[in-house]
Structures are given as C-alpha cells and as structure tokens.
Write a protein that binds this ligand. Structure first.
Ligand code: PLP
Length: 471
C-alpha cells in the first residue's frame, strides 16, 4: 500500500502542528462597514445574505463555491488558454486530468455543477422514476424533479440529528434502499444519487465500507450509482482519518478506489477542484456518454468546452491535480475544524462531527424560542451579518422549499446556518474573528425574534426570497 511522503513540519517531526502548504503572493483588501450601514444594507437586501453586495461584507463565508484562491500555476495556466471553438488543447488537458484522477473514461465539460446535473437527469430519468439519494441537495433534486423524477432520502437516520457523533453520517441506509426497491421495483429506480460529502447534512462523509456494500446491492439489482463528486476529496480525507485500512493511503488513491464503485460522477469544479467557474460530467458507459454529449450542445456549448473558456479549462486541469495533494486537503479540513473546535469549546450548538467544508450552526437549538416557520436559520444569518459583517447562508426551511406535489412547505429536521470556508483564502486570525462574532450573537440570542417571508420565487427560493423582521 502506498504511503504519504511526510512533508510538512508536523509530519516529519511527528508533531500535531500543521500549516497551509503555501504562502501568500497577492492580497485583496477587505473592510468592515459601520453597524448603521450594515443595518441599511441587510434591510435593502430583504434580510437575505444572497442579496447583499459583496462590498458590504467583511468576512465572506456565504459559500465555498467558486471562491477559492487559485495558485500561481493556475494563473499561469490562464495565459495558456486556447480559445478555439472546437477541440481546444485545454479540453484535452482537462479530459486527461479527470480520467487519471477520477478514473471515468468519458468526459463532458459543463459551465458548473448544475449544468452537469441537468444533463445526467435528462439523460437517465424517465418521468415517474425514483432517485434514492443520501440526502437531497437543492439544485440536484430540482433537476431530478424537472426531469419527472421523485427523490427519496435513504441516508442513515443519524444524519438528521445534528448532535449525533457518527463518523460517517453521509452513509446510505441499505435497509431503506432495499425497502424502496421492494416497494417500487428496481426498474423504476433511475439510479442511486450518492454525494460525498453531504452538503445539506453538514459536510458529512460516506465511508468506503458503505460504498462497497452499496455497489454489491446495486449490482444484484442492476441499478447504477452516480456520484456527486463536488467534495469527494474532502470525503477521502475522512476515510483516510477514520477507516483503519486507509490510514497512510494517499488521498489520490482513496479517491480512485471510491469512484471505481460508481458508474460516473457530476462535479461542481468550483469546490474541490479549486477554480472560480467550471464543472463536468464523467461516466463509464458509452450509451450515457452519447446522450450527455449530445445534450450538452443544446444547453451548455460544444462538447469540447461545455460553457467554459479554454483558459478556464486549463486552470481546472491544474486545479484537479492540486486538489488531491495530501497537505492541501489536510490544511483545508483542519482550518474548518479549528473554527469548529473554538465554537464547540464555547458551547455554541452545531452539527457534529465537524464537516469538511463548513461549520453548520444548529439554529433550532441556538434559538429554541423561534419556531421553524419563522426561519431561525435565516434569522441567525441576518444577526451574524449585523454583528460583524460576516456573511453566512441559510440551510433549512427556506432551502428545502415546497413539495412539488402538495405545494406545502418542507420542514427539514435540520435547520442550519452555514459558515462555508473558501479554500486557501482566509487566515487563522479571520477564523478567530468569526468565532468571536458567533459567540457574541449566541450570548444575545434571547433578544432575537424571527422573520416572515414577503417574496417567494418559484425555484430555489433561498437565492432570491425576501424577508421582513417579525417585530
Ligand atoms: C453538493 C453540491 N452539488 C452540486 C452543486 C451545484 O453546483 P454549482 O453551484 O456549480 O452549479 C453544489 C453547489 O453548491 C453542491 O454543493
């Protein structure tokens, strides 16, 4: 079994210390506007952090999507863009990076993750078919529903309890999946939609043992498995850390093995792959590739650029290789954990164990006096912004939206406010400031009341909904 070459000081001397495997070459100034200006800004934004101007934000933890700092090599790659309409050399670099890193032979580029979700959903789902998955994701489920599919959550129960310390809360409950197969028949299941890590569950991983068992079950039933690989590199870190057989195995090797148990993957390259825009779909089967490769020209662009420029594809090809560097992954997850450990010590309620890309504050426990219909997680995001200009995001009732059949609000068990950490962007001092702000808002929680929604868009309402304070 290959082992990781010890490179960081901590690794070489057997110490627990770690540091980022890079130094800063270019900086972007940020500043905090006054409390009065923040009050005005959030009012004008309809109490929705997505509607704030970034100039009014101090530390931006809205998302880890497209917010990474690129390396000097990636910036150099931008200068090597081949902007030919068809057959750009950068596409072939990208294709080869995906094939060698993830192991799927057929690649379709897309402008970002939801472009790939659209293609796979349209290619594989017949109206009325079921798509079991390990918890929903907003855009993924919407594309499955728009293709006529019905998403069914088959994640383990522990995932719905923020305090449960299960080390692999992203795992599929095989009994739930088997029960669905018995109920609807394997032919009515389009595919299993597996995500590693699980964003809506708190960045929680899937174990290698679980994906192997899932593969066995699906092989018996003739069902394919498609992977949302958006944060699979972080998932692999947790496998390396928590599954004995993988201790010391490089992230790149773990990733290859995990993907080998699936039939293909879609990717929002704006996360793990360290670029500001981009995505891809990659599959094992020629028939699925042929469908997706034809659909991409309708919705995204020619099959050798799929909505990206040549230079974007070059930066992405380089980002894919950087993303599986063990020192990088470790420092990325440890930074998230640093913030989470500070807040845990201070008694702030959050999803445990701490996930890969973000801290997910448990807004129900934070504000037990605010009922879910008054949007505690949205309220908490507003309060954090007012306190320090810190931008976070709701991941609860607003994000869950309405059931397309009944039109009723879906009230998820998890009502969370997410502090997502961009990759290679903020320092430990920024994390200290964030922790202090969360603590200050927690200390004054009794004085806070909820919000009411005054504008509700039909699709993915969390992006554009508007709110007003209740009092
Ligand atoms: C798990 C997961 N899948 C898919 C997507 C969609 O990707 P994109 O935003 O690039 O369209 C996201 C984006 O946040 C995500 O977190």
């Amino acid at each position: 079994m290959a082992s990781i070459k010890p490179r960081t000081m901590g690794q070489q001397f057997g110490r627990r210390s770690w540091a980022e495997p890079w130094k800063i070459k270019m900086v972007e100034p940020i500043h905090m506007i006054s409390r009065g200006e923040r009050e005005q800004a959030i009012r004008e934004a309809g109490y929705n952090t997505f509607l704030l101007s970034s100039a009014d934000v101090y530390i931006d933890l809205l998302t880890d999507s497209g917010t990474s700092a690129m390396s000097d090599r990636q910036w150099a790659g931008l200068m090597m863009g081949d902007e030919s309409y068809a057959g750009s050399r950068n596409f072939y670099h990208l294709e080869s990076a995906i094939v060698s890193t993830y192991g799927y032979p057929f690649v379709v580029p897309t402008h970002q993750g939801r472009g790939a979700e659209h293609l796979i959903s349209q290619a594989l789902i017949e109206p009325g078919q079921y798509i079991p998955g390990n918890m929903y994701f907003t855009t993924t489920r919407l594309h499955q529903e728009l293709a006529g599919g019905i998403f069914v959550d088959v994640i383990i129960d522990e995932a719905h309890n923020p305090a449960d310390p299960h080390p692999f809360k992203g795992n599929v409950d095989l009994n739930k999946l088997e029960a669905l197969i018995v109920r609807v028949g394997a032919d009515n299941i389009a595919y299993v939609s597996l995500a590693g890590t699980v964003n809506m569950g708190g960045g929680q991983p899937v174990s290698m043992a679980n994906v192997k068992e899932l593969r066995n079950l699906c092989d018996q039933q003739g069902i394919r498995i498609y992977l949302d690989a958006t944060r699979m590199v972080e998932n692999c870190f947790f496998i390396q850390e928590r599954e004995k057989a993988y201790a010391g195995v490089p992230i790149a090797t773990i990733l290859q093995e995990f993907c080998s148990y699936t039939d293909g993957a879609w990717m929002s390259a704006k996360k793990d792959n360290l670029v500001n825009i981009g995505g891809w779909l990659a599959v094992n089967h020629q028939d699925v590739f042929d469908l997706a490769c034809n659909l991409v020209v309708v919705y995204e662009g020619l099959h050798t650029y799929g909505g990206m420029s040549g230079r974007d594809m070059e930066a992405l090809a380089i980002g894919i290789k950087e993303a599986v560097d063990d020192d990088h992954v470790r420092s990325r997850v440890e930074q998230v954990r640093y913030l989470g450990c500070l807040l845990t010590e201070w008694g702030v309620p959050m999803v445990q164990p701490i996930g890969g890309h973000a801290i997910f504050l448990d807004a129900r426990t934070f504000y037990p006096h605010i009922p879910q219909e008054h949007f505690p997680a949205q309220t908490l995001a507003t309060e954090l912004y007012l306190d320090s200009g810190l931008r976070s995001m709701e991941r609860g009732n607003v994000s869950a939206g309405r059931d397309p059949e009944t039109g009723r609000n879906r009230y998820p068990a998890l009502e969370l406010t997410r502090l997502a950490i961009p990759r290679r962007v903020y320092t430990q001092a920024h994390m200290d400031v964030v922790a202090e702000s969360v603590k200050a808002v927690y200390d004054s929680r009794q004085d806070t009341s909820g919000l009411k929604m005054v504008h509700e868009p039909k699709y993915l309402r969390f992006f554009q909904a508007r709110f007003e304070p209740l009092v």
